[in-house]
Ligand binder design. Sequence first.
Ligand SMILES: [Zn+2]
Length: 266
Amino acid sequence: MKKLFFITILFFASNSLYALELKGTFHQGNLILGKTEKKSKIFLDKKEVEVSDQGFFVFGLSKNRKNDVLIEVVKNNVKEKYIKKVYKKTYKIQKIDGLPRKQVTPPKEVYARIKNDNKLIGEARAVKSDLVFFKDEFALPLSNSIITGVYGSQRILNGIPKSPHYGLDFAAKEGTEIKAMLNGVATLSERDLYYTGGTIIFDHGHGVSTLYMHMKDIYIKKGQRVKQGEVIGTVGKTGRSTGAHLDIRLNWFDVKLDPASVLNLE
Ligand SMILES: [Zn+2]
C-alpha cells in the first residue's frame, strides 16, 4: 500500500494572488482536500465552506455530479475564481436474485424503525465540528482487505432496481478486528439498526464522517475519541446482511462519497 493517499494538484498561476492547493482528483464521488492561506474564505459553488485556522478545507463531489466546480478564494475583499471540471465514473450493475422477499422490500411494521434509524444516521452526519482529522491519511480498516463490493453499483435485487450501493465491502470472517481508519469522535454507536445492524459513525471534522456497519462487537461509545488503528469492534453480519463482511461509508455531510477515493484503492 502506498503511503501517499492523495495526488496533489497544485495550481499556482503566476498572476495568482493567493495559493490554492487541492488534493484529490475531481472524479464523481471523490473527497477533495484543500488548503489556502490563513484567514482566506472559501466559497464552493457560491456557498461558504469552513476553513480551519491553518487554512484547510474539504468538500465532496456527489455520485452523479456533472457541473463544473466553482471555487472562489476571498482574502482582503479580493476574489479569485477557479473552475474545475468533474470527471465521470463508471458504475457497475450488480444483480442479486433469489433473495428472501423481506430483504428486498422491508415489511410495513419496520417502517417506523427505519425512519428512526435514518434520523439518527442523518443527525450524526450533519455534525459540523472544527476537528481537522480529515486532512490526515486514511488507513485500511482490516489487515486483510479483499474487496467484494464497490461504491456506486446499481443494485437489482430479485429484478427490482434499488438505490445504489454507496459503500465499500470487504470480505472478512465474523469476529475479525476492525480498526479506525482515521482519528475521530464517535457521533453514533448503535447495536441494532434495521439495515446496518451494529453501526458506528465517526466525525473527522468539517462534515467528513465515516460509518462502519454490520458489526458484531462494538467497543466504542457515542462521544468517545478514537485514534487511527484503534480496534473499534469486530466484523459481523448484523442488520440486513447476506453474510459476514465489513461495509464502510464516507460522507461529506449528506453527500455520499467513495471510500476508495481516500484509501488509495482506485
Ligand atoms: Zn455493502
